[in-house]
Write a protein that binds this ligand. Structure first.
Ligand SMILES: [Zn+2]
Length: 378
């Protein structure tokens, strides 16, 4: 059997789970959140995600982010998150290829039945509008993780890409983490500062995830996870799901993408608050600031590093498809997940290890968070 065949077989037997996809935001700003305007059942030449390509990629479960830019803090952030949760629910209602998953058992059952499990996440802690009641409502609607910040600090947590204001989590931020444990929402430390990561790990009784982050030692961007945090994620039983964005994975690209928040603020100052206009302006900015694309090997370099520092039980995939302006060669869209498996096979990973990386670790973490929530009494 050729290596390619073996990789295809291993991939076909695995439960492949991607931890972060921004399709809802793309549909919102480019297609008025309308499936009549962007039919997911058709194969598209643009964008990164549709049903035919998810099928080709062997994706068993896709986490869809209800992403809300930091700038919505104090002006309807919860509403924007709710509208995108609604969009994921409409997606599941419209397309029989999908079923909504709220638990690890749901994911296994749905995958076994040949459908794609859709999971909801909320990206950006400002969406709870400083209210634990809103957080609980997100959990009740089926959200499975909350990313504590986006590019800016929230009132209770520092972001990796903003000036430190709280030195990590405030007292309320700690209460948010405890409430997430109680309601079974995973604590997502992607986008947050290292101090916030450390505080979240100190407070959380459930495993913590980074839903779409790389290793800082491989690419020196503050958005990535430092080695000392990787070791603590391992002790905590958690998981770092590796982002595919070249800016965060290719070492030579780190410098160009260092000031993402400053760039976002400048674009807003210049173009106002219309998200579609901003998206166009951002695309123009990226066109003027080219970064090396990298390839599947760069993504697996991050996986290798996390395996070395934290262990193979603590790494997964969080592509960030449809949320990034550039993707690596060979990882153009959701149909290309088998390329990751091919590279893992080529680097000597066993099938058992590959199963963990592709999705097994995420299922373990999800199930453990459900146990913690039951114990704490949701
Ligand atoms: Zn993100």
């Amino acid at each position: 059997m050729t290596a390619r065949h073996r990789a295809a077989e291993v991939h076909g037997r695995a439960i492949v789970i991607d931890g972060h996809n921004d399709l809802p935001w793309r549909l919102r700003i480019e297609f008025e959140s309308s499936f009549d305007r962007f039919d997911l059942a058709a194969r598209h030449a643009d964008g990164h995600t549709d049903i035919p390509r998810l099928r080709e990629g062997g994706v068993a479960a896709q986490v869809f982010a209800a992403f809300v830019p930091s700038d919505y803090a104090g002006r309807g952030a919860a509403r924007v998150a709710l509208e995108q949760i609604d969009l994921v629910k409409r997606l599941v209602a419209r397309y029989p290829d999908f079923e909504l998953a709220r638990s690890a058992a749901d994911v296994r059952r749905i995958a076994e039945g040949g459908k794609i499990a859709a999971l909801i996440a909320v990206e950006g802690g400002h969406t709870i509008e400083n209210s634990l009641a809103v957080l609980r409502a997100f959990a009740e609607l089926g959200a499975r993780y909350l990313t504590l910040t986006h590019l800016s600090n929230t009132d209770w947590a520092d972001s990796a890409t903003d000036e430190p204001r709280h030195g990590g989590l405030t007292e309320f931020g700690r209460a948010v983490v405890r409430e997430m444990n109680r309601t079974g929402l995973l604590v997502d430390i992607s986008h947050v500062s290292a101090a916030t990561m450390a505080d979240a790990l100190e407070v959380s009784e459930a495993p913590v995830i980074a839903s779409h982050s790389g290793a800082l030692a491989v690419n020196d961007h503050a958005r990535n996870v430092p080695d000392e945090i990787l070791r603590r994620v391992a002790e905590n039983g958690g998981l770092v799901m590796v982002n595919f964005f070249p800016g965060f994975i290719v070492p030579e690209a780190a410098e160009t993408v260092r000031d993402l928040l400053r760039v976002e603020r400048e674009l807003r100052a210049k173009h106002g608050d219309d998200d579609a206009v901003l998206e166009k302006a951002a695309r123009a900015w990226w066109a003027e600031h080219p970064i090396p694309r990298g390839n599947v090997g760069h993504v697996v370099d991050h996986i290798d590093h996390i395996v070395q520092v934290a262990g193979v039980d603590h790494v997964g995939l969080g592509s960030d498809f449809d949320g990034v302006p550039q993707v690596p060669e060979g990882l153009e869209d959701v149909s290309k997940f088998p390329a990751i498996t091919g590279e893992l096979v080529a680097r000597g990973y066993s099938e058992a290890e590959i199963n963990k990386i592709l999705g097994g670790n995420f299922l373990r973490v999800l199930a453990r968070a459900e146990d913690v929530a039951r114990r704490l009494g949701a």
